[in-house]
Write a protein that binds this ligand. Structure first.
Ligand code: SF4
Ligand code: SF4
Length: 376
């Protein structure tokens, strides 16, 4: 395992972190997964108030550890934004009790996803009062935020200078948040990427076409290389459900240096493939088509369409598409079936795409049973 400085927190974190959202089938599985992660060199564990028994199990595990072991482990927990400082104060106390600790190594606001969330943090009587008090009395050592919000919101949140780290979506197959990586790095923030194996493209079970295009690497290995060759990024979360699921991502012998020539050529091959396969149906992810009066997240739907057509990533596209209208601000926007063919978006698309037709195709291919977030 290798370790990187987590921005201005100055913590030295393993380049992989264990997200403890999925290993909750029993206390025994939870503890075996944590023990295996520690053996593999992971020193950063992520939990949240909303992850069922995760904080509780983690607290019980930590209480059993000798002090020397505990001192070398770092915990990030997450609490949702709220307009009410008393509510935040109560949640802080409850999380400390569940984790059986006196302070949080890292506390993240869980999901600054909307402008309301942003205001709750920054307004004079908002929850910042409780957070500032906990920072002053050292119950919180380092404060950050996670986000599933749009890029403008992420950039404005970083610009507040209230946070030392950010936990966000950024992958080879989703580079929309690249400016957030630039800004966070300029501000010396720690950068913690949300689950590249899963959210980055369903790469634990990649389709054959993608596997073949990525050879001699696996798609998962390549996506980890894309992220970890970037020295601005500190750590990537792995959401293993049991100890065995840690083997695949963590036993890869990853180089953490710059991309090699053969890796660069491979990414170029993927680029060429998507351009030639999609041709005049290729959405370039410029986001100029928004806003849509029906609140359709056009670029995200067409990103899924790109991935399904070019790389056969239909399962991933279905998994993400079915979250529209089912996961509120965690995955905002309406499905393509809401398109009224009003035509507002058409003159704004530099690629002259037939957006209503592509949305209709996507809906037919991807719609099905609704998906909620993992912990619901
Ligand atoms: S044509 Fe459809 S996608 Fe485009 S703006 Fe109108 S409703 Fe939205
Ligand atoms: S404007 Fe066109 S190319 Fe750009 S994101 Fe929208 S659909 Fe894609």
């Amino acid at each position: 395992m290798r370790y990187r400085r987590f921005g201005k927190t100055n913590l030295l974190l393993s380049v992989f972190s264990l997200g403890t959202m999925r290993c909750l089938s029993s206390k025994a599985i939870f503890e075996q997964t944590i023990e295996r992660a520690i053996t593999l060199g992971i020193n950063h564990f992520e939990t949240a108030k909303s992850y069922g028994k995760s904080e509780h199990y983690l607290g019980q595990f930590l209480a059993q550890q000798p002090l020397t072991c505990r001192e070398n482990l770092y915990i990030t927990t997450k609490l949702p934004p709220t307009p009410n400082p008393d509510q935040m104060s109560q949640w802080l106390d409850e999380s400390l009790q569940r984790l059986q600790v006196d302070y949080f190594d890292c506390l993240a606001i869980h999901g600054i996803n909307t402008w309301d969330h942003f205001r709750w943090l920054t307004q004079p009587n908002g929850c910042w009062i409780a957070l500032q008090k906990a920072l002053d009395d050292r119950r919180i050592h380092h404060l950050g935020f996670s986000t599933h919000g749009n890029l403008d919101l992420i950039l404005e949140t970083i610009k507040t200078n209230l946070f030392e780290f950010v936990n966000l979506h950024y992958y080879y197959f989703f580079q929309r948040n690249a400016p957030a990586i630039v800004l966070a790095s300029q501000k010396d923030m720690g950068i913690f990427i949300i689950s590249p194996g899963d959210k980055g493209g369903g790469l634990y079970t990649p389709p054959d076409r993608l596997k073949s295009l990525c050879k001699p690497f696996s798609p998962l290995e390549l996506t980890y290389r894309f992220l970890l060759s970037d020295q601005r990024i500190t750590t990537l979360s792995v959401g293993a459900a049991n100890p065995e699921e840690l083997a695949c991502p963590l036993e890869l012998e990853l180089d953490l240096g710059p991309l090699t020539l053969s890796e660069i050529e491979l990414f170029q091959r993927l680029e060429t493939h998507i351009k030639t396969t999609l041709g005049s149906y290729h959405c370039r992810q410029c986001y100029q088509c928004l806003p849509c009066p029906e609140k359709i997240n056009i670029p995200e739907i067409l990103r899924l369409h790109n991935l399904a057509v070019a790389y056969d990533m239909t399962n991933f596209a279905q998994y993400r598409y079915r979250m529209f209208e089912n996961a509120a601000h965690w995955f905002p926007g309406n499905k393509g079936s809401h398109c009224t063919e009003c035509g507002d978006c058409l003159p704004r698309c530099p690629e002259k795409l037939n957006i209503p037709k592509l949305l209709q195709d996507s809906h037919q291919q991807f719609n099905g049973l609704p998906r909620r977030r993992l912990w619901e």
